[in-house]
Design a protein around this ligand. Structure first.
Ligand code: SAH
Ligand code: DHB
Ligand code: MG
Length: 222
């Protein structure tokens, strides 16, 4: 099995199961023109996030890591008109482009982007007694994933769904002696999911247009 086959299977499912969406294509084109790294979720993964949010009937979504707003848009589309999505982004220029992209698809009314280190934004949200979220998507710098999970738990209630992107990274997750801060962060994140008495979790590895990677999925139980 090789990357070309993984990509062609992704194309098959995407062409078959996703509505053509010129505005979403434009969003990715804008992100490319602005030289953002092409590390957004793939279209079929975006629709997976959308479906999970829809199944959860989420009214409040938290995203950590906005980039150009691609995953943000998929998640926002699952929200009812009165729903709210808060997305946290370190880079002000990425956040500005994301805001433009989100406006282009008509989802600005539901989305608030907060610029700055996500750890700071999350701590402020906890301090200010922010209402708990129904679904949380963790997809920023993997080094801080353990703290993102702890703070996400503080912004959760029973039933909150917590999704983590990029938990496999070409299989590196099993490398216990890795010195890569991202790998160490993801391993610690997985260990925390395993040991937190408030969480029940799984993880699945995926192949596709973005290579070999995976998602974690957890639910807050108490
Ligand atoms: N969720 C996006 C992809 C996010 S890529 C999508 O699928 O479309 C990861 C993002 O996390 C980048 O935009 C990066 O700037 C941001 N990031 C990195 N470190 C961060 C930090 N400390 N706080 C907040 N965002 C951070
Ligand atoms: C990277 C980050 C991501 O969130 C992703 O989905 C793929 C790659 C990265 O930093 O390389
Ligand atoms: Mg990711």
């Amino acid at each position: 099995m090789d990357q070309a086959q993984w990509t062609s299977v992704d194309s098959y499912f995407t062409d078959l199961l996703l509505e053509p969406d010129p505005s979403l294509d434009t969003v990715l084109a804008h992100s490319g023109q602005a030289q953002l790294p092409a590390i957004n979720v793939a279209p079929n993964q975006g629709k997976l996030l959308y479906l999970l949010a829809l199944m959860k009937a989420a009214r409040r979504i938290l995203e950590i890591g906005t980039l150009g707003g691609y995953s943000t848009i998929w998640l926002a589309r699952a929200l009812p008109e009165q729903g709210k999505l808060v997305s946290l982004e370190l880079d002000g220029s990425y956040a500005a482009l994301a805001a433009q992209n989100i406006a282009l698809v008509g989802e600005s009314g539901k989305v608030e982007i907060r610029v700055g280190p996500a750890l700071d934004s999350l701590r402020k949200m906890v301090e200010h007694g922010e209402e708990p979220f129904d679904l949380i998507f963790i997809d920023a710098d993997k080094e801080h994933n353990p703290q993102y999970l702890e703070l996400s738990l503080a912004l959760s209630r029973a039933g909150t769904v917590i999704i983590g992107d990029n938990v496999v990274r070409k299989g590196e997750v099993v490398n216990a002696s890795s010195n890569d801060p991202s790998v160490r962060g993801v391993r610690r994140f997985c260990e925390l999911m395993a040991t937190s008495p408030r969480l029940t979790a799984t993880a699945v590895q995926t192949v596709g247009s973005k290579g070999w990677d995976g998602f974690s999925l957890a639910m807050v139980t108490g």
